[in-house]
Design a protein around this ligand. Structure first.
Ligand code: URA
Ligand code: SF4
Length: 210
């Protein structure tokens, strides 16, 4: 993507591309309109050298307030699933396809809205820079937005779930569901079953990098 292309995070990338410089630069990103209604940029977290880089969709309400990825209900569920799949905390870097919270008022709650394809595209330079700085062995895509962002093409999750795919990053990607999809299931039994299916997906990813 050309650095001068309008509507892209590419215009905000710093010269030094280590995680600290990237985080600092991303805090001032205006590469698409989502920064306007959000509290702050929610950059990825985790060590450079993490074996696995997990990609979610975008920050939620609590992430927007705290500035940290995956600290809300979906994040707590993901953290538990990662631990149940045998991951140590320092083996994973957590980030999102889009770094600002997109939402609308629904009563008194800020309801998440799915980012558009152009917003995902605008934000992708941050993801590319994170992948380059972390140098993981595997990218784990959580849900359809993350999978589209990583593979760079429209996908159907049910065709790809629990499989590995070559990515344009020259690093293999593994595809699973987004943890918030679990939280939306109305039946407790389905939530339990799907939780263990997510854990077993993550075990496949774990086995690949172990
Ligand atoms: N929290 C995040 O940080 N990302 C998501 O995709 C969902 C919740
Ligand atoms: Fe920049 Fe991404 Fe935020 Fe858009 S969503 S302003 S591209 S950091």
């Amino acid at each position: 993507m050309a650095a001068s292309e309008p509507g892209s995070a590419a215009n905000f990338l710093p010269r030094q591309r280590d995680l600290a410089h990237l985080r600092q630069a991303a805090s001032g990103c205006q590469g698409c309109s989502l920064y306007r209604n959000a509290t702050q940029t929610v950059f990825g977290e985790g060590p450079a050298g993490a074996k696995v880089l997990l990609v979610g969709e975008q920050p939620g309400d609590q992430e927007d307030m705290t500035g940290q990825p995956f600290v809300g209900p979906a994040g707590r569920l993901l953290e538990r699933a990662l631990a149940d799949a045998g991951f140590e905390r320092d083996e994973v870097y957590l980030t999102n396809a889009v770094k600002h919270f997109k939402w609308e008022w629904r009563g008194r709650r800020r309801l998440h809205r799915r980012p558009s394809a152009s917003e995902v595209r605008a934000c992708r330079p941050w993801l590319e820079a994170e992948v380059a700085a972390v140098r993981p062995s595997l990218l784990v895509c959580l849900g359809v937005t993350a999978t589209t962002a990583v593979l760079g093409r429209a996908v159907r999750l049910k065709d790809l779930r629990a499989s590995f795919a070559a990515s344009p990053f020259a690093i293999d990607a593994f595809i699973t569901i987004h943890p918030s999809a679990l939280l939306r299931l109305p039946s407790e039994q389905d939530r339990v079953d799907e939780y263990w299916r997510l854990v077993s997906d993550l075990e496949l990813a774990r086995a690949r990098v172990a």
